[in-house]
Design a protein around this ligand. Structure first.
Ligand code: FAD
Length: 489
């Protein structure tokens, strides 16, 4: 399993028969899972690498039920692991093996409470699946720009709790930028009603930002008011074979003006990463059937419908790519002519995590540096990792428009997970030392969870850790909210 070097101390008060009865009285038979088989998917992380335990899985159907469950746990010192779609990649929603408390799954809280198309907002419960919300926004001719590979199963409460990123951050910001208001159940069961749809609200500390990115360690997000945008009407997706990562950075820099500020996404993929998907994900096709070392998936999107006689996104993209070919940054390019060609390009990018899982043991680092430093980071990072394990197989890719790389490696052919794990500490230290020396972050979008507990303590300053611990102790003095995640107390 992928766990830190030493197990943090967490509350281990067991559930008594009386407490189980009380939980059943709050959420009903349908809301309580107690048998081992039924609990299994809730105590296993998405990669299947980390398996924990839980006394029960509790599935409340309303804020009131969440509040009653948390109040009961608070009275008895029972630990709670909140869970959405359980697609997080840092084992944040997975209970520790020593966990005796509950997993609190938000999946039954999946109502959309309202769409205000005029005011461009949507009010939702935390257990709504992201893709469902995107579709409902589209039904109202509006756009919810949070978009990531797990969108068919991750839930908005999980997205906000991890401050998820994805493929539209470059233009719209990460999850915390898409929120106007929140409702949160605090660690004592009290409900904080911050469900306001206000763009301006300068009334003291902006409390909603405490809970976003907190990974369930400070409270349980139960509802949110999300911002919406005009629906894209003219979209152009292109797949470029490029000279190298430096060319990617320069192409992006020039694309902003050339697209008239309509760059929606800009994703970099190494040839090895593309091949991994083509090998494991049925139905995916290589958009450019030639062996080039690096690719860019570039999408421009405008909410202005195409006008007869005027250049649209694809004409502008074509002109732009001609210039980039002449400048030698682009070696070859394809512009999607149909929705299915564009889908194929996106499927290659978004199936990457699945392809990694299918390939076998690997290591992946979700890091960020300033966009202009990405080429230097890739060069130095590859050298540092290959110096430690020369036969490791690199598969770098990332959201280059956000300076976010998924610096991924598969173990050498034939090496099992246990053997690869022996190299993990040294490789992790090399990558994180490099990213830190370049002013970057050891976690760009996936959060800390269980997996990066030690790294956060190592790389954040004492001052930052002290502030975080002060906030945690003030809001959750008993340490019952997702204990042993994010911070060592
Ligand atoms: P979970 O995994 O259930 O929970 C994540 C964390 O949030 C846990 O700490 C949990 O305790 C807490 N939590 C969940 N719900 C609540 C709540 N209501 N209140 C308080 N705490 C809560 N992430 C990105 O950022 N960008 C990507 O591009 C991306 N691509 C991915 C692609 C794939 C194929 C996969 C499998 C994952 C990807 N991820 C990505 C990671 C993951 O999808 C995101 O972190 C997502 O936001 C998690 O949502 P979830 O509902 O699955 O949360």
């Amino acid at each position: 399993a992928s766990v830190p070097s030493s197990i943090p101390t967490i509350p281990t008060v067991p559930l008594t028969a009386e407490m189980r009865d009380s939980l059943r009285a709050i959420v009903g038979e349908k809301g309580l899972i107690e048998d081992e088989h039924g609990k299994q998917p809730f105590v296993t992380d998405w990669r299947g690498l980390t398996v924990g335990r839980a006394g029960a899985v509790v599935r409340p159907a309303s804020t009131e039920e969440v509040s009653d469950v948390v109040r009961l746990c608070h009275e008895h010192g029972i630990a709670i692991v909140p869970q959405g779609g359980n697609t997080g990649l840092m084992a944040g929603a997975t209970p520790w093996p020593s966990h005796t408390g509950i997993v609190l799954s938000l999946g039954r809280m999946n109502r959309v409470l309202g769409v205000d198309a005029v005011g461009y907002t949507m009010t939702v419960e935390a257990g709504c699946v992201l893709q469902t919300l995107q579709e409902i926004a589209a039904d109202h001719d509006r756009f919810l720009p949070l978009s990531l590979g797990a969108q068919g199963s991750c839930m908005i409460g999980g997205n906000l709790s991890t401050n998820a990123g994805g493929v539209q951050v470059l233009r719209y910001g990460n999850a915390r930028n898409l929120v106007l208001g929140l409702e949160v159940v605090l660690a004592n069961g009290e409900v904080w009603d911050g469900l306001r749809a206000l763009k301006k609200d300068n009334t003291g500390y902006d409390l909603k930002h405490l809970f976003m990115g907190a990974e369930g360690t400070l409270g349980i997000i139960t509802k949110a008011v999300l911002k919406l945008w005009p629906a894209p009407k003219d979209v152009c997706t292109a797949w470029l074979a490029i000279r190298d990562p430096q060319a990617a950075v320069e192409i992006l820099s020039e694309a902003h003006a050339a697209s008239e500020d309509n760059v929606g996404s800009c994703e970099i993929l190494s040839r090895a990463a593309v091949d991994l998907v083509l090998r494991h994900i049925p139905g995916t096709q290589d958009p450019i059937k030639a062996d080039m070392p690096w690719y860019l998936l570039l999408e421009w999107a405008s909410s202005r419908p195409r006008q007869d006689g005027a250049d649209g996104m694809s004409e502008k993209m074509e002109q732009f790519l001609e210039g980039q070919l002449e400048a030698g940054r682009v070696l070859d390019a394809v512009i999607a002519q149909t929705v299915s060609q564009s889908r194929n390009m996106w499927r290659i990018r978004e199936s990457m995590a699945e392809a990694h899982r299918a390939e076998g043991p690997g290591l992946s680092f979700d890091v960020s540096v300033a966009i202009s430093k990405i080429p230097e980071f890739i060069d130095k990072g590859l050298k540092a990792v290959l110096d430690i394990l020369p036969t490791i197989r690199p598969y770098p890719l990332g959201h280059i428009g956000d300076g976010n790389l998924h610096f991924s490696f598969m173990g050498p052919k034939g090496m099992d997970q246990q053997t690869l794990t022996q190299y993990k500490a040294a490789i992790t230290r090399a990558v994180n030392d490099l990213v830190t020396s370049m002013g970057g972050s050891i976690s760009a979008e996936h959060g800390i969870g269980m997996d990066k507990l030690d790294e956060l303590s190592h790389y954040r300053s004492k001052t930052e850790l002290d502030i975080m611990r002060t906030i945690k102790r003030a809001l959750d003095p008993q340490n019952i909210m997702n204990p042993g995640k994010v911070l060592r107390l």
